[in-house]
Design a protein around this ligand. Structure first.
Ligand SMILES: NC(=O)c1ccc[n+]([C@@H]2O[C@H](COP(=O)([O-])OP(=O)(O)OC[C@H]3O[C@@H](n4cnc5c(N)ncnc54)[C@H](OP(=O)(O)O)[C@@H]3O)[C@@H](O)[C@H]2O)c1
Length: 240
């Protein structure tokens, strides 16, 4: 049986980078996705120095040509892909909904919603070639309508129009792909990494990247019989 492989978008730093490190530590061959080639090479060198089998691949999830090139490279070198982690994401402006420009919301959706759709569609033939595969959408608790509408939830007051609704949309994308792909042995689930200290939030999060990546890696390594079309935080189901 050939070695299992995983592609992670936005893996040059933060949660994506730590996810690459943990999956690589489990023996997966890593395609370390980065929109900037130099940042990707540097991150891959760091993981390689830790003994991880890793290759940097340029992939800007908002750019059709870049995504197609990345998929063509993975196809040429591996012919299949066992795990896809759609991790790349942007926060956009953190302003009240009434003050957020439509252009900013559109930019957020380009990365957080259309990006994962584009990347998933481009890599689907390679995921099918693996026989069984896992797709993980890195969502957010801020995309959970159940949590956001619960006055007792810690995120109830975090009311960002573009970002929150982009992750709610990504959850919808997760369910749609999960239903289509269930019969083909490809599981599609969403993971909330939790409020994590990264550049994303000026390192204000209270979780570490190690904690954040663990739940993503858990989903990425589920076996054939595992659930598909669900949303998890640290291995427990989150309400949509
Ligand atoms: N941190 C949290 O508290 C938290 C909570 C819930 C969910 N999340 C989600 O977790 C994921 C990772 O977040 P993070 O905290 O690790 O964020 P981060 O530190 O800002 O890192 C984001 C990564 O995404 C990449 N990226 C952004 N736009 C891209 C594009 N168009 N194409 C390819 N890559 C792109 C960035 O690349 P560059 O280095 O080139 O900018 C970077 O590698 C995101 O989807 C985020 O929404 C984070």
């Amino acid at each position: 049986m050939s070695k299992k492989t995983a592609l992670i978008t936005g893996a040059n730093k933060s949660i994506g980078f730590e996810t690459a490190r943990q999956l690589g530590g489990l023996g997966y061959g890593i395609w370390l996705g980065s929109r900037d080639a130099a940042r990707g090479d540097e991150a891959a060198r760091a993981l390689s120095a830790e003994g991880i089998d890793v290759k940097a691949v340029s992939i800007d999830v908002t750019d059709e040509a870049s995504v197609k090139l990345a998929a063509a490279r993975v196809e040429a070198e591996d012919g299949k892909l066992d795990v896809l982690i759609n991790n790349a994401g942007v926060p956009g402006q953190m302003v009240p909904p009434s003050q957020q420009s439509v252009n900013d919301v559109r930019d957020i959706y380009e990365t957080n919603v259309f990006g994962p759709i584009r990347v998933t569609q481009a890599l689907l033939p390679l995921l099918r070639n693996a026989g069984s595969a896992n797709i993980v959408m890195v969502s957010s608790g801020l995309g959970s309508l159940g949590w956001l509408s619960d006055p007792d939830n810690q995120f109830h007051g975090v009311n960002f129009l573009g970002y929150n609704s982009s992750k709610t949309a990504l959850n919808g994308v997760t369910v749609a792909f999960a239903k289509e792909l269930a019969a083909s042995g490809i599981k599609v689930n969403a993971a909330d990494p939790g409020y994590t200290a990264t550049d994303f939030n000026g390192h204000s999060g209270y979780r570490t990247v190690e904690q954040a990546a663990r739940g993503i890696v858990w989903l990425a390594t589920q076996d054939n019989d595992a659930a598909t079309g669900s949303f998890y935080f640290d291995g427990a189901v989150v309400p949509w």
